[in-house]
Design a protein around this ligand. Structure first.
Ligand code: 5GP
Length: 121
């Protein structure tokens, strides 16, 4: 599978469609999910063109990998839901068909602001 430049998150990264931005740096962009599943539902995406976590793990640079992982923590802190500041949260990445991935640009969901509930339904 090749990366689809027309996916919705690629368009958000290029500024072609708007988002409610939470945080941005050299490696990541974070914004609120358009269809929140919990009180807090944010997304964290790498700026690079990666389809999913498998693609990212194999092809991203060490700096990009560190930037994304640290970015999740920075966003959780900014939202005041990190373990140190708030009451915690869940992060997850859906991968391909069985994972239920809809947008083919790697993204981590961040759910919080309330008890998130069962891990898998
Ligand atoms: P996936 O199922 O691929 O893991 O999650 C895709 C997520 O992207 C969904 O939670 C969906 O609500 C969100 N989403 C889809 N289109 C948009 C959009 O245009 N803007 C924002 N902010 N989120 C979107």
């Amino acid at each position: 599978m090749t990366y689809d430049d027309q996916n919705i998150f690629a368009k958000i990264l290029r500024g072609e469609i708007p988002c409610k931005k939470i945080y941005e740096d050299k490696y990541i962009l974070s914004f609120y999910d358009i269809n929140p599943q919990k009180k807090v539902h944010a997304l964290v995406i790498p700026k690079g063109r990666y389809i999913d976590l498998d693609d990212f793990s194999v092809n991203a640079s060490s700096d990009e990998i560190v930037g994304l992982l640290k970015g999740i923590n920075l966003v959780a802190k900014k939202l005041k839901i990190s373990a140190g500041i708030g009451k915690g949260y869940r992060t997850l990445a859906n991968i391909s068909e069985h994972g239920g991935q809809e947008v083919p640009h790697l993204h981590f969901h961040i759910f919080g602001g309330e008890i998130v509930g069962k891990m898998v339904e």
